[in-house]
Design a protein. Structure first.
Length: 225
């Protein structure tokens, strides 16, 4: 699918395939009756897409077969906001949603492996973003609506540590450095981006970047330049 890109609707479950050289879409795929909240391509198959839906369900769609290969209707109780493949295992997946849960899935067996929840939170805390630690994926990070970054242990499902880098405003995106498992970045609704150091199971802010408006995304240079 070189030169092509996809676009999905959060209102209806439709995915369109576009070519960069054309003004109209090449194909339309109807995925579900509910809207799409997030989508990722499979690292091992460019024709497979993992779809998170606004009703909390999760699906695997094949564009060459034009068919939903698998659907987990009881994924999350509400919208899935982010999903990511484990860096050392392309068939292990993490999802995070409005229900405040992290779910680990085994796509080989097409089963839910583990559900992780921050039981220290006294209020419902929707999770908007997640990111795996690079290389071995032994940890993952999430960000929530109240501005908190949480580090989880993949093997045990327990919380390693958490940090509130700014105010209690939403952190829309957290991203682990692909080259350094001690560094994370996040973008906050209090108009700031933060670089965070993780060492000895503790996080601390090492750099702050002020912006003129809400920071909805952050990304690392994969080549460290």
């Amino acid at each position: 699918m070189s030169g092509n890109f996809i676009a999905c609707s959060e209102k209806v479950g439709v995915m369109r395939v576009w070519a960069a050289s054309q003004k109209t879409h090449k194909a339309v795929y109807r995925l579900s009756v509910t809207g799409v909240s997030c989508v990722k391509s499979f690292p091992i198959d460019p024709f497979l897409f993992l779809i998170g839906f606004r009703d909390g369900s999760l699906g695997v769609y094949s564009v060459d077969k034009r068919h939903m290969l698998w659907n987990a209707a009881a994924g999350h109780s509400e919208t899935i906001f982010d999903l990511a493949f484990k860096p050392d295992h392309p068939n292990v997946l993490a999802t995070a949603g409005y229900d405040g849960l992290v779910k680990i899935w085994n796509l080989d067996a097409r089963t839910l492996h583990r559900t992780m929840q921050n039981r220290n939170e006294k209020r419902s805390s929707p999770l908007f973003s997640l990111s795996w630690a690079p290389e071995d994926g032994t940890k993952l990070a999430t960000s929530n609506i109240f501005g908190k970054i949480t580090i989880w242990n993949y093997d045990t499902g327990e919380i390693v540590c958490d940090l509130q880098p700014g105010s209690e405003k939403k952190v829309s995106k957290v991203a682990w450095s692909p080259l350094d498992k001690s560094l994370l970045a996040c973008g906050s609704s209090d108009n700031k981006a933060f670089v965070i150091n993780l060492e000895n199971s503790k996080m601390k802010i090492i750099r702050t970047y002020a912006h003129n408006d809400v920071v909805n995304g952050v990304a690392w240079n994969p080549f460290n330049k």
